[in-house]
Design a protein around this ligand. Sequence first.
Ligand SMILES: Cc1ncc(COP(=O)(O)O)c(C=O)c1O
Length: 437
Amino acid sequence: MPWAGPSTLTENAPIPGGFKRFPLSATLAASEAIASRRQRGQPILPLGFGESGLPVHPVLTAALADGAGHSGYGPVAGTQRLREAAAGYWSRRSLSTRPDQVVAGPGSKPLLFGLLLAIGSDVAVPRPSWVSYAAQTRLIGAMPHFVPALPGQGGICDPAELDRAVTASRAGDRRIGAVLVTLPDNPTGRLARSAAVRELCAVAERHDLIIISDEIYRDLVHDSSAEVVSPAAVAPDRTVVSTGLSKSLSVGGWRIGVARMPDGKAGPMLRDRLLGVASEIWSAPTGPVQHAAAVAFDEPDELVERVSRSRSLHAAVCTAAARICAKAGLAVAAPQAAFYLYPDFAPWRDDLSRRFGISGGPGLAALLLDRYGACTLPGSAFGENSTSWRLRLATGLLYGDLDEQREQALTAADPLRLPWIASALARLGEILADLRP
Ligand SMILES: Cc1ncc(COP(=O)(O)O)c(C=O)c1O
């Protein structure tokens, strides 16, 4: 008989963190759904995966090739060259940073996971918030505590609700020791205001919470003059900041991210623990990619220009998609950053339930995929109740299937007039017109 695997690994074997199984992360599952529909030759409107589908800038491809000889493991925290470049990146954003405060890893996602392990407590996460915060917290055997995000401002827990949640958890047998902030936010595309950041920092101070500020979309705030106040500027001794190049320079597949440790004595303690985790899991970030990432974090003029063009393109297409949703009668806040919008289909709830027998976002997302080939993610993937009618639409893959089209999208005076972008947006309008009561 063929060996069927270890006998302890059964369907019902207990898994730490209360998992029954380890499902594929919702965003990556969406990406795979898009790929398999494409392979079968079915039309698809790819609004599910949070990727910025733009070509890699030649400065970066040259730097990657130039770094090919970096074949040793190198330091766990990343090379001195990369850490200096990342320190410079943050210092130019009013967060004075020393290279020894920086830890690099294979993407900001594993760094966040390492940080959660290093902190080791329950975590407060905004509702809604990025799919992986709660899943990673469960993976480490701790509990995510969803706290409603401030209305109209995504990515930040309502400070008063956070205060209540921490007090309540400690009155029971749980300990919330950290809070996550996404600045600006995925899934809502909104940017928390500085007053809210300050209030949240005050609550964190009162309850001695570590703040993890995920700032991977920071350079993609549509209005480049908008004030972005990092919790690290307000509560420097208790805030870790993470970022990466996946979104601003569209190199998600290169897998590189960096984290900035707090200024005070929590800094070296967290760094040592994070390095312990890193050394047992990924050893060190990939050598050639670190070399290229250092060039990126140095921010030469060509890359600053590229990020700026990408930002304008994201703003144009995402805002146009939001206008289409609003015109169709959906409730949607104006996107402020990156390529996300988060419309609420609640105004159509009764009609959708009656016509299609669905009761919220998951049914609606399935309907959109089956009936129209439109891939989206329901709010439930971001911690919302399954009766919520919100969907996250990601517009970063509407810029064309070919690099040539994407280059044109980056340089066009009006990208909305490019036929492939115009037709994708028109398709969204048609779908909504068909669904509308
Ligand atoms: C809010 C947020 N944080 C982190 C990540 C992960 O990025 P990375 O590619 O650096 O692991 C993503 C990617 O979707 C994200 O949306």
